[in-house]
Write a protein that binds this ligand. Structure first.
Ligand SMILES: Cc1ncc(COP(=O)(O)O)c(C=O)c1O
Ligand SMILES: [Zn+2]
Length: 415
């Protein structure tokens, strides 16, 4: 049984019934792309009657332990690869290096396809099955496509992934390995996304792209990341959560997760949320710093080493609202800072993340230097994808192994 009671427009507040076949507010969408995003609202009274901290704590760690907060009616349709329940790691070495007391990493690289997108796709594919889908399609520059492909494989349905020309080959290999048919579109993420929309309309495929602008339920799975952090900190909110941002859908979902637990009395305080983007692909940071609305940021050609964050526009007010409501912040970090942070996290904590995820460590440094984050505050950096997904970048940074003959004298010469 689903506890979703309505879909609420985040711009005008109008409510729709979950049974209405709307994906965007009919009143606001006329204003342009990104207007009228809808957000699922649940029957929190009913959820509160059923759940409390103890009932949740008694369930085994996994994303689906929070099923009451997820938009699924038929549990038999759930497609799971054991996603979620990821570690929250206290990073003493890194804390010492950066000069902060309490630093935690939420390690999403250990999800089934090695990124946090699995949280979204276990929900998306389960819902698609509920609705009778047998062919699905998505646009993705990598991680979402791999996740879409893996969950489609598990569900036994056909999956098409459309990638923009800048998608890295290792991520394309991953999605292909799971059995997806991949189309490399000679154009941007937006070009590829438009093609998916047209193809889905023409062929009747389900568009499973992780974009709130296409489907209000697509990023609900990401909320569970916040629930886990609360539980792992002993039912407390950290002072800050720092997360990497492209569309900002996951950022908004994480904030929503904290607000839901707060409203139900599971945690007392709320965190401040910080968004990090790569310099050269920082539309949200520009909007935030310049006090602009999302649609006032002109679209531009993005460029950053953080391939999963390569975006040149803000798609809706969801992430900006998150930063404002949480009294948060946003920061852009250079390629050089990202690579340094990636190396630092690997060598100090043994966590190898992709450049897009290392932005959070680089961002933390900046926010401390700017006096925005205090050294006594508790910070959680969300690292969203594994370093093994983007080996080309790592390869350029690492020394080649020393070639030696299999003898001790040879070893001694080079030691
Ligand atoms: C590894 C990684 N981190 C962060 C993001 C940003 O997520 P969002 O588009 O929800 O802002 C993505 C999106 O593709 C990603 O793959
Ligand atoms: Zn509206």
């Amino acid at each position: 049984m689903s506890f979703v009671r309505s879909l609420k427009c985040i711009d005008c507040g109008r409510q729709y019934s979950p049974g209405d076949s709307v994906s965007i507010c009919t009143q606001c969408s006329e204003k342009g792309l990104g207007f009228g995003l809808l957000d699922p609202v649940y029957d929190y009274d009913k959820i509160g009657e059923k759940l409390n901290r103890d009932t949740l704590q008694d369930r085994k760690p996994s994303l689906w332990k929070y099923k009451e907060f997820l938009p699924i009616s038929d549990e038999s349709k759930i497609v799971s690869l054991q996603e979620g329940g990821t570690p929250l790691i206290k990073c003493e070495n890194l804390s010492h290096e950066i000069g902060i007391k309490n630093l935690y990493i939420k390690n999403e690289t250990v999800n089934p396809t090695f990124s946090f997108k699995d949280r979204a796709f276990t929900v998306i594919i389960s819902r698609a099955l509920e609705q009778g889908a047998n062919i699905v399609a998505a646009v993705s520059d990598g991680n979402a496509g791999s996740s879409a492909a893996a969950y489609s494989a598990k569900a036994g349905i056909k999956c098409y992934v459309f990638t923009p020309s800048f998608a890295v080959s290792s991520k394309i290999i991953q999605m292909t390995m799971y059995g997806a048919k991949v189309f490399s579109v000679k154009g941007s993420l937006i070009d590829a996304g438009m093609l998916v929309i047209e193809a889905c309309e023409k062929y009747g495929w389900f568009n499973i792209t992780t974009a709130k602008v296409l489907n209000p339920y697509q990023t609900e799975g990401h909320k569970t990341l916040a629930y886990e952090i609360c539980e792992q900190l002993g039912w407390k909110s950290p002072d800050w959560v720092i997360s990497p941002v492209a569309s900002g859908d996951s950022l908004g979902a994480i904030w929503k997760g904290f607000k839901e637990f707060h409203a139900l009395g599971f945690i007392k305080g709320l965190p401040r949320i910080a968004a990090v983007q790569g310099q050269g692909a920082e539309p949200l940071v520009r909007a935030f710093k310049e006090g602009k609305q999302f649609f006032e940021v002109e679209q531009f050609e993005p460029e950053t080493i953080a391939d999963a964050l390569c975006i040149g526009m803000v798609l809706g007010s969801w992430p900006l609202n998150t930063l404002k409501e949480s009294n948060g912040n946003a920061v852009a970090v250079s390629d050089e800072e990202i690579l340094k942070a990636q190396r630092l996290l690997a060598t100090k904590e043994g966590i190898f993340v992709e450049p897009s995820s290392a932005t959070t460590i680089a961002g933390l440094r900046r926010l401390i230097n700017q006096g925005i984050i205090d050294k006594d505050e508790t910070v959680v950096c969300v690292v969203t994808g594994s370093g093994l997904k983007v080996l080309d970048v790592a390869m350029d940074m690492c020394a080649k192994p020393v070639q030696i003959e299999p003898s001790m004298s040879e070893l001694e010469k080079v030691l």
